[in-house]
Design a protein around this ligand. Structure first.
Ligand SMILES: Nc1ncnc2c1ncn2[C@@H]1O[C@H](COP(=O)(O)OP(=O)(O)O)[C@@H](O)[C@H]1O
Ligand SMILES: [Mg+2]
Length: 149
């Protein structure tokens, strides 16, 4: 599914639609150039999951945990935003807690997912972001054969 969005608010609205489909242990891989809107989309997911704090880029800390204040029963209550750019392979990714987060029922939002290699599950949701021009328009492509459409 590909969606053209014309503003940050439309990006957030799409993130809210995606958030409504999420289950514990889902992995979302984000792709796109700097400034394409990956962090902005993650903010929208966090908002929809009921996370109170601010979502900023994880680049300098690799992992940021965002907990929902009042999660609904069964719904994912922890959003973990990871930027794997500085990691070197699956062992590093495991060392930062990948499997622990998944068994805790977190939703993992992953930038530079290629670093995680075969840890990325086959049913991961892949979202790619592209600038269309210098303004606010973005193309957001979501591939999730199992749930959205
Ligand atoms: N439609 C849009 N969707 C997302 N971000 C947008 C949009 N229009 C403008 N922006 C701006 O573009 C920038 C996107 O930055 P960010 O989400 O941090 O990108 P990335 O994480 O991919 O580097 C933000 O400053 C945001 O306000
Ligand atoms: Mg970012």
């Amino acid at each position: 599914m590909t969606r053209e969005v014309k503003s940050v608010e439309e990006t957030w609205a799409l993130a809210q639609e995606v958030a409504a489909t999420l289950r514990q242990g889902d992995v979302i891989c984000l792709e796109g150039d700097l400034g394409a809107g990956k962090t902005t989309f993650t903010q929208g997911l966090a908002k929809a999951m009921g996370v109170a704090g601010r979502v900023t880029s994880p680049t300098f800390c690799i992992v940021q945990e965002h907990r929902a204040a009042n999660p609904s029963p069964g719904a994912p209550a922890l959003l973990v935003h990871m930027d794997l750019y500085r990691l070197h392979g699956e062992d590093d990714v495991i060392a930062i807690g990948w499997e622990d987060y998944l068994s805790e029922g977190a939703v993992l939002v992953v930038e530079w997912p290629e670093r995680a290699g075969s840890l990325i599950p086959p049913d991961a949701i892949h979202i790619s972001f592209a600038h269309l021009d210098g303004g606010e328009r973005r193309m957001i492509e979501i591939s999730n054969p199992h749930r959205i459409e």
